[in-house]
Design a protein around this ligand. Sequence first.
Ligand code: LRH
Ligand code: MN
Length: 403
Amino acid sequence: MRDLTAVKDALKKHQIELPSWAFGNSGTRFKVFGQPGVPRNACEKADDAAQVHKYTGVAPSMAVHIPWDRVDDYQALAAHARAGGIRIGAVNANVFQDDDYKLGSICNPDPKVRKKALAHLLECVDIMDATGSGDLKLWFADGTNYPGQDDIVARQDRLAEALAAVYARLGDGQRMLLEYKLFEPSFYTTDVPDWGTALAHCQALGDKAQVVVDTGHHAPGVNIEFIVAMLLKVGKLGGFDFNSRFYADDDLMVGAADPFQFFRIMHEVVKAAALYPGQRSGITARSAAAHTGPGVAFMLDQCHNIEPKIPAQIRSVMNVQEGIAKALLVDIDALAAAQLDGDVLGANAVLMDAYNTDVRPLLAGLREEMGLAPDPVKAYLASGYGEKIIAERVGGTSAGWGA
Ligand code: LRH
Ligand code: MN
């Protein structure tokens, strides 16, 4: 069994990035159920994100999405976030909601539309310069709905051309994270549909281009931890968009639908010493060596369509911590021995022992060591912050996806 001091030390060093859009209204094509007290702007979203960090201690940054979080002064936004005890993290570009992008953005057959989309991507790097963000996160809705609608290879050439232009604009300490997704909103081809396509483009670009694994972006039954293991092996796992799903891109709370899958994914991350930059106590020197630089960005990408948003984000952070704690409890020496002995049941049992360990007391103790309440959700609900924002945030337009 691992020594618990090392386990708690790793949990204290691990950081989770929150999505600004999780604090705004969201829904499905059928309905967006507005909630009282929802933020009206990026600063209020940062205030809510700061609450999650206040009660969990491990969520010190908030990703922004442009234009959903567009402000006149991004340095002021970054300063506001810092005053609340967090920082602005990844900048997410959005070239999927403008009428011009019906047939795609950077993959669109029309060079004028591609030029417009590229200008937005470059604007997002300018915003990173202002907020001090290191990550440009790129997800493209680009694709086709019918066979023959457009040429698959021609679209890939357009994609590569635009990504190269963005890559050339990146400054020191900046990188681009390319996110793939199997389908939706496109239903025949998606131009970045899977990890292979994302990896091929990132390898063609260079070290500053890495892949984002959104856990809701795969076909049912795909072994996501295998993809994670391979991307870590080649040093191309830039980040995660954590959420969970029963069917498609449901964007439910991470670990809610399939906590065992989340554990298996984090087992690969722990084994590769990729929990936080500079983690060295992994299994193999090779995997540890591959992880120089900013390391893997552990981001949430969720929508709380019916549940209260701040408690849901706190619960999500707790779910991530539970999965990581169980992965850190894997007896890696016993596992390696059983694997090398071909002891199938023995090896599986080592992993299941860790997974079936109740880590909630360990995490409650960890929070007390960090000067936090053992139950962050209970502590937040008792704070009255939820009632305060409902009373204060009257008037104005509640934030949302603006779709
Ligand atoms: C696309 C996606 C992407 C974001 C959006 C909010 O489905 O996962 O990461 O831009 O959700
Ligand atoms: Mn995502």
